[in-house]
Design a protein around this ligand. Structure first.
Ligand SMILES: Nc1ncnc2c1ncn2[C@@H]1O[C@H](COP(=O)(O)OP(=O)(O)OP(=O)(O)O)[C@@H](O)[C@H]1O
Ligand SMILES: [Mg+2]
Length: 1013
C-alpha cells in the first residue's frame, strides 16, 4: 500500500474539493473508486464504497502502518477510524462508538469485522491470557452470529437479518477485558418463507450440507435442503463461502467461545426439529364416523422426530399441534381442536419462536462468557468502552412487510442521530458560542421518524391499537386508520389517497417516503407480526423438555395456563423502545462514522453506477456534511479542559497561569505556538479548525510529558527517601534507648544475684544466672569466670591445712579420672596409710608400724603416700598376697606373711605411669622405667572391696606434680604391660561367685577374676 497518494488518486478528503458540488463530489468518488481507493474522508467521517472484490488493503502490514498514527498521516482507511476511536478513548478516557451505516449490501458488516481485527491486533502487547481470551471470543462471535442471523437476500448474499451493537470494555491500559452484544429484532419470518432468489438463515444449509452422515442420521435428516419446506426455496442457491466449510468454522468458533459439546449438539437438534416441524401437514378425517372432521397429521413420523429432538413427550407434541387449551372461567380447562388453518398458523408461530429463542440464547451465551468479570473501579480504574454498531441496512424488496418497516425505521433513527450530532448540534453550537457562522441547510428526516413513532398517531401506535382490539380489526382496517391519520402527511401515501398511483394495490399497500427512497409496504400480516402471538401450549411443551439447553430458552413455559398475565408489549413497541435506548446510548459517546455506499445493484466488482451512488450520497447527507465540515471546526474543548491538557507547553500557563481568565491563558498558549490563525474563540470553548493544529499541540505535549513525569518521580522519590530516612533515624534512637535500658536492667539483676551469692555455705551454687542480652554476653562470660574463682576461694579458705593434702590428691585424681572411671572414691575420706590402721589391718598393724620405723631410719623418707594389701601376679603367672607401700622416696613390695619384709624397693622417681580400668575393680598396673611392670589388685580392705584405686592414682599424681614431673595415667579395660621385654594384656572378668579377687592366666596374659556383687 502507498504511504501517500498523489493527485492522480483524487482528493483523500472531500473537504479538500475545490468546489462543493454534487458533480465534483461524484467525480472524486468515481476517480478514487476506479483507482482502487474505496475510502475517502469527510473530516473524521469515513466514506466507504463496497468494492465487491478482495483488495490488498488489510492484514498485519496495513495495521502496522496505521497503528499509533494520526488520522491524516496515512491514506483514508477503516483502520485509521478504528485507531482514532481507540486513541480518543485512551487519551481522554471517553467512551467512543463507531456507527456504520449504509443500505443493505453496502459493506457494513465487513467494515465492522475489519475494525474488530484492528482493535484485536493493536491491543494486549503483553499477551495476557485473560485479554487474549476476550479477543478470541470477540473475533469468533461474529462467525457464529452470522451463521444464525445472516441470510442471502436479493440485495446481499450475506445480509444481516438482525441488528448488532457490540460494546468492548477496555481497562486503563487500553486492553479489551470484556464485551457485550445487543441484538435487535431478528427477521424471524424468514424461517418460514423467503422470496425468490433468497435463502433461509445460513445455519440450516450449513447443518444439512456440512454435517457428517452420522449426525444427519441421528437427527433423521437428509442432506438435500429441497426436501424441507423451510429450506426448499433457497436449496438451489449456494452461499458465497461453501456451506460445508462455514459449518466447520462455526463449530470451531463455538468451541473457542466456550459452548460445551452438549450445548452444540442441542443447538443442532433444535435446528433439525424446526426443519421437521416445517414438513408437518394437517388433514381433516374424511372417514364417516365420530372422528369425521377432526384434524390429524399426515406424517406421524415427523411428530416422532420433533418429540425426540426436543426431548418432549410425543403425545404432548401432537396435542399441542392439533388443539389448544383454553381456560374457561375459574380453573376449568377445555381443549379446543384447531382448524387446518389454525394448526398451520400455530405450527409456523412455533417454528419462528423456537428459532428466535435459539438465537437469543446464543447471544446471551456469548455475553455470559465475554462479560468483564470482577472489576472494581476503585482498584482497576474506570473502564472505557468502544461501541461498534452494525445494523441491517436500508432495504427495499418487491414486497416489503413489517420487518422491512422496522429495519428502515431503524435506519431513519440512525440518520436522525447523524443529523443531530454532525449537522444540527454542530451548527447550533457555533451559534451558541458566538462563532460567526452561515447556516447550512440540510434535509431533516425528523418528520419521517415522527410519522413512525409518534404517540397515538404514529404508525406503530396505530398498529398497537389495532392489535389490542380483540379479533375484529383486520390489516385493511389498520390501513384505513393510517390513511385517516396521515392523509396530509408529505411522507405518507396509499392507493386510497392517490388513486392514480398504480404501483400500490388498493386496500393492501401504503408507501413511506423514506430519507433513502420510497418504500411500499404491504399491510398483510402487520397485525399478526406485531402481536407476535404464540400459544401457551407450546411454551409449556418446550419448558417440559428434558434437554436443559432447550428448557432454559423457555422460562415462561413455567406459567400456569389459568394465570392471568398482563398483555405483553408488541414487537413494534419493543423494537421502538430498543431503538430509542440505542440512540440514547450512542449519543452519550464520542461518535465516529463510517458511511457505506453500495456502488451497484448487481454486486459486480469495479462497477460504479453513478445514479445509484448519487442517490445514496444525497440521502446520506454527505454533501451537507462536507459543507458543515469545511466551514466548521474539527475540534472543540472548554477552556479549562484545554488548559489542563496543554498548559505544560507554555511558560505562561505552566504550572498555573496568572492571567485574567482561562480564555486569555489559552490565547497566550496558542500565540506562543503560532497557532492563533487556525482557531476561533467561543464564549466557553475553543474551536480548532484543522486536526493538524491539535496534533502539533499533542506532539509538543508528548515531548514534555517524560520531563514532567521525571520531575514528579524525582519529587516523590525524594519524599519517600526522606520518609524512610526519618523512620530509620527513629528506629536507631529507639534501638539505642532500648539497649541502654536492657543493660541497666541486667546490671541491676546481676547486682541482686551477687548479693544473694554471698550467702554461705553454698555461695550461690544453686542460683541461676540472669538471662543476658546478647550484647553483654562477653561481659557475662568474664563475670562467670570471676565468680567461679571467687566462689572457689570462699570454699578453699575454710579448709583446715591438715586436709589440704587429701584435697590436692582428690583434685589430681579428678583431673585424671573424671569421666573415665565409674567411681574413684571421691566421697570417702582418704586415709592413705591403711596398713598402719588398726581398723583396716587389725591383726598386723603393729608389725607394719615396726617395719615402717625400720625403713624410715634406713631410707629416711618423709611421709607415707599409700599402703595396702595386694594380690599380685608375676611373669611366671604366680599369684601371691603382698603389701604395697608408697613413700615419698620409694615403692616397696612387702611380704605380709614375714613381718612385712621388703621384697623389692624401687625409687619412686622411676615409677612413670599407672594404668587402671574404667570399672569398679581394684586392678592397678604400675609402670616403671626399665623394670617389669607391677600388676596388683588391692584387697583385704575394710570394708571389703573398698574403692581405693582413685586414691592411689590421686596421691601418686599429686606427689609427682609437687616434684614437677608428669605421671602418665591410662584408663583402659585391656591394659598393656611389659615384663622382661614381652608385651602382655590384663583384663578383668567380673565373677559373682568369686569370693576374693584373684588372677588367672589367659592366652594374652592375665585375667583378674573380680567378685562383682
Ligand atoms: N471491503 C470489502 N472488500 C471486499 N468485499 C467487500 C467489502 N465490503 C463488502 N464486501 C462485499 O460485499 C458483501 C456485502 O457486504 P456486507 O455484508 O458487509 O453488507 P452489509 O452492509 O452488512 O449489508 P446488510 O445490511 O444486508 O447486512 C460482502 O459479502 C462482500 O462480498
Ligand atoms: Mg450486514
Amino acid at each position: 500500500m502507498e504511504d501517500e497518494d498523489g493527485p492522480e488518486y483524487g482528493k483523500p478528503d472531500f473537504v479538500l474539493l475545490d468546489q462543493v458540488t454534487m458533480e465534483d463530489f461524484m467525480a472524486n468518488l468515481k476517480l478514487r473508486f476506479e483507482k482502487g481507493r474505496i475510502y475517502t474522508y469527510i473530516g473524521e467521517v469515513l466514506v466507504s464504497v463496497n468494492p465487491y472484490k478482495k483488495l490488498p488493503l488489510y492484514g498485519p502490514e496495513a495495521i502496522a502502518l496505521y497503528q499509533g498514527r494520526e488520522l491524516y498521516e496515512r491514506p483514508p482507511h477503516l483502520y485509521a477510524v478504528a485507531n482514532a476511536a481507540y486513541k480518543a478513548m485512551k487519551r481522554r478516557s471517553r467512551d467512543t462508538c463507531i456507527v456504520i451505516s449504509g443500505e443493505s449490501g453496502a459493506g457494513k458488516t465487513e467494515a465492522s469485522k475489519h475494525i474488530m481485527q484492528y482493535i484485536a491486533a493493536v491491543t494486549n502487547p503483553s499477551q495476557r491470557a485473560e485479554v487474549e481470551r476476550v479477543k478470541d471470543i470477540l473475533l469468533n462471535s461474529t462467525c457464529v452470529l452470522e451463521a444464525f442471523g445472516n441470510a442471502r437476500t436479493s440485495r446481499n448474499h450475506n445480509s444481516s437479518r438482525f441488528g448488532k451493537y457490540m460494546d468492548i470494555n477496555f481497562n486503563f491500559k487500553g486492553d479489551p477485558i470484556g464485551g457485550h452484544i445487543h441484538s435487535y429484532l431478528l427477521e424471524k419470518s424468514r424461517v418460514l418463507k423467503q422470496h425468490v432468489g433468497e435463502r433461509n438463515f445460513h445455519s440450516f444449509y450449513q447443518l444439512l450440507r456440512g454435517s457428517e452422515e452420522v449426525l444427519l442420521q441421528e437427527l433423521a435428516l437428509q442432506r438435500n435442503p429441497a426436501l424441507y419446506n423451510f429450506t426448499r426455496q433457497g436449496a438451489g442457491l449456494n452461499d458465497l463461502d461453501s456451506d460445508e466449510r462455514s459449518h466447520q468454522e462455526v463449530i470451531q468458533a463455538m468451541k473457542v467461545i466456550g459452548f460445551s459439546p452438549k450445548e452444540v449438539a442441542s443447538v443442532y437438534r433444535i435446528l433439525a426439529a424446526i426443519l421437521h416441524l416445517g414438513n408437518i401437514e394437517f388433514v381433516e378425517m374424511e372417514k364417516e364416523g365420530p372422528e369425521k372432521g377432526t384434524l390429524t397429521v399426515t406424517e406421524e413420523v415427523l411428530v416422532d422426530h420433533v418429540a425426540k429432538l426436543t426431548a418432549t413427550p410425543r403425545d404432548l407434541v401432537l396435542r399441542s399441534l392439533l388443539a389448544r387449551t383454553v381456560a374457561s372461567g375459574g380453573r376449568d380447562l377445555i381443549e379446543k381442536g384447531h382448524s387446518t388453518a389454525e394448526a398451520c398458523y400455530a405450527r409456523d408461530a412455533c417454528a419462528k419462536a423456537i428459532y428466535q429463542r435459539l438465537f437469543e440464547w446464543i447471544v446471551n451465551k456469548i455475553n455470559s462468557v465475554m462479560e468483564a468479570q470482577g472489576r472494581d473501579p476503585r482498584r482497576d480504574g474506570k473502564d472505557t468502552v468502544i461501541g461498534v454498531l452494525d445494523i441491517y441496512g436500508f432495504e427495499v424488496f418487491p414486497v416489503n412487510s413489517f420487518e422491512q418497516f422496522c429495519i428502515n425505521y431503524c435506519n431513519e433513527k440512525l440518520q436522525q442521530l447523524f443529523i443531530q450530532l454532525v449537522l444540527k448540534q454542530e451548527q447550533e453550537e457555533y451559534q451558541r458560542e458566538g462563532i460567526t457562522w452561515q447556516s447550512i441547510t440540510y434535509f431533516n428526516n425528523l418528520a419521517i421518524v415522527e410519522l413512525v413513532e409518534q404517540p397515538r398517531r404514529g404508525i406503530l401506535a396505530v398498529l398497537d391499537e389495532a392489535c389490542s382490539s380483540a379479533g375484529t380489526i383486520t390489516d385493511q382496517i389498520f390501513l384505513q386508520t393510517l390513511d385517516n391519520h396521515h392523509r396530509h402527511h408529505p411522507h405518507y401515501a396509499s392507493r386510497q389517497l392517490c388513486p392514480t398511483e398504480k404501483s400500490m394495490e388498493f386496500g393492501r399497500d401504503f408507501r413511506i417516503k423514506h430519507y433513502a427512497g420510497n418504500v411500499t409496504y404491504s399491510v398483510e400480516g402487520f397485525i399478526d407480526k406485531n402481536r407476535d402471538f404464540l400459544l401457551q401450549d407450546f411454551k409449556r411443551l418446550l419448558y417440559s423438555s428434558t434437554d436443559p439447553t432447550l428448557r432454559a430458552m423457555w422460562p415462561d413455559g413455567q406459567q400456569d395456563i389459568t394465570e392471568v398475565t398482563k398483555r405483553p408489549l408488541t414487537a413494534g413497541t419493543l423494537f421502538k423502545n430498543s431503538m430509542v435506548a440505542l440512540v440514547e446510548n450512542l449519543a452519550s459517546k464520542e461518535p465516529f462514522y463510517v458511511r457505506c455506499i453500495k456502488p451497484n445493484e448487481d454486486k459486480v466488482p469495479g462497477k460504479l453506477d453513478e445514479d445509484h451512488c448519487q442517490h445514496q450520497v444525497v440521502y446520506l447527507g454527505l454533501l451537507e456534511n462536507v459543507r458543515v465540515r469545511r466551514a466548521g471546526f474539527a475540534f472543540r474543548q472548554p477552556y479549562p479542559r484545554f488548559l489542563l491538557r496543554y498548559k505544560m507547553t507554555c511558560e505562561y500557563t505552566w504550572p498555573n497561569h496568572l492571567l485574567g481568565s482561562d480564555r486569555a491563558a489559552v490565547s497566550a498558549l496558542l500565540e506562543q505556538h503560532g497557532l492563533q490563525a487556525d482557531v476561533a474563540f467561543g464564549h466557553n470553548k475553543l474551536f480548532i479548525r484543522s486536526p493538524h493544529t491539535l496534533v502539533t499541540l499533542e506532539q509538543s505535549r508528548a515531548r514534555l510529558i517524560p520531563i514532567i513525569v521525571l520531575l514528579l518521580q524525582k519529587a516523590w522519590r525524594g519524599t519517600l527517601a526522606r520518609q524512610r530516612c526519618r523512620r530509620l533515624r527513629a528506629i536507631y534512637t529507639i534501638m539505642r534507648c532500648f539497649r541502654r535500658h536492657k543493660v541497666h536492667t541486667h546490671l541491676a539483676e546481676m547486682q541482686r544475684f551477687f548479693q544473694a551469692a554471698r550467702q554461705p555455705p553454698l555461695y550461690g551454687r544453686d542460683l541461676t544466672w540472669p538471662l543476658v542480652p546478647t550484647v553483654l554476653q562477653p561481659f557475662q562470660d568474664i563475670c562467670q569466670m570471676l565468680f567461679c574463682r571467687w566462689r572457689a576461694r570462699q570454699l578453699v579458705k575454710n579448709i583446715p591445712p591438715s586436709d589440704m593434702a587429701q584435697i590436692k590428691a582428690k583434685v589430681a585424681a579428678m583431673e585424671l579420672l573424671q569421666g573415665l572411671r565409674q567411681d574413684w572414691g571421691c566421697q570417702r575420706a582418704w586415709m592413705r596409710d591403711y596398713l598402719s590402721s588398726t581398723t583396716d589391718n587389725p591383726t598386723a598393724s603393729g608389725l607394719f608400724t615396726q617395719r615402717l620405723q625400720t625403713l624410715r631410719e634406713k631410707d629416711g623418707f618423709g611421709t607415707v603416700l599409700f599402703s595396702s594389701h595386694v594380690r599380685k601376679v608375676n611373669r611366671f603367672h604366680k599369684c601371691r598376697n603382698r603389701a604395697l607401700l608408697l613413700t615419698d622416696q620409694h615403692l616397696y613390695k612387702l611380704e605380709p606373711g614375714r613381718q612385712y619384709r621388703v621384697m623389692r624397693a624401687l625409687p619412686l622417681r622411676e615409677v612413670t605411669g599407672v594404668s587402671v580400668t574404667s570399672g569398679q575393680d581394684q586392678l592397678v598396673v604400675l609402670h616403671a622405667q626399665g623394670q617389669d611392670d607391677l600388676v596388683v589388685c588391692l584387697h583385704r580392705t575394710q570394708p571389703e572391696l573398698d574403692n581405693r584405686v582413685g586414691e592411689l592414682v590421686g596421691v601418686l599424681a599429686a606427689h609427682c606434680r609437687g616434684e614437677g614431673r608428669a605421671l602418665e595415667v591410662r584408663v583402659s579395660d585391656c591394659i598393656t604391660l611389659s615384663q622382661r621385654g614381652a608385651r602382655r594384656l590384663v583384663s578383668v572378668a567380673p565373677k559373682p561367685e568369686q569370693l576374693v579377687p584373684d588372677f588367672r592366666c589367659s592366652r594374652a596374659g592375665f585375667t583378674l577374676l573380680w567378685p562383682s556383687r
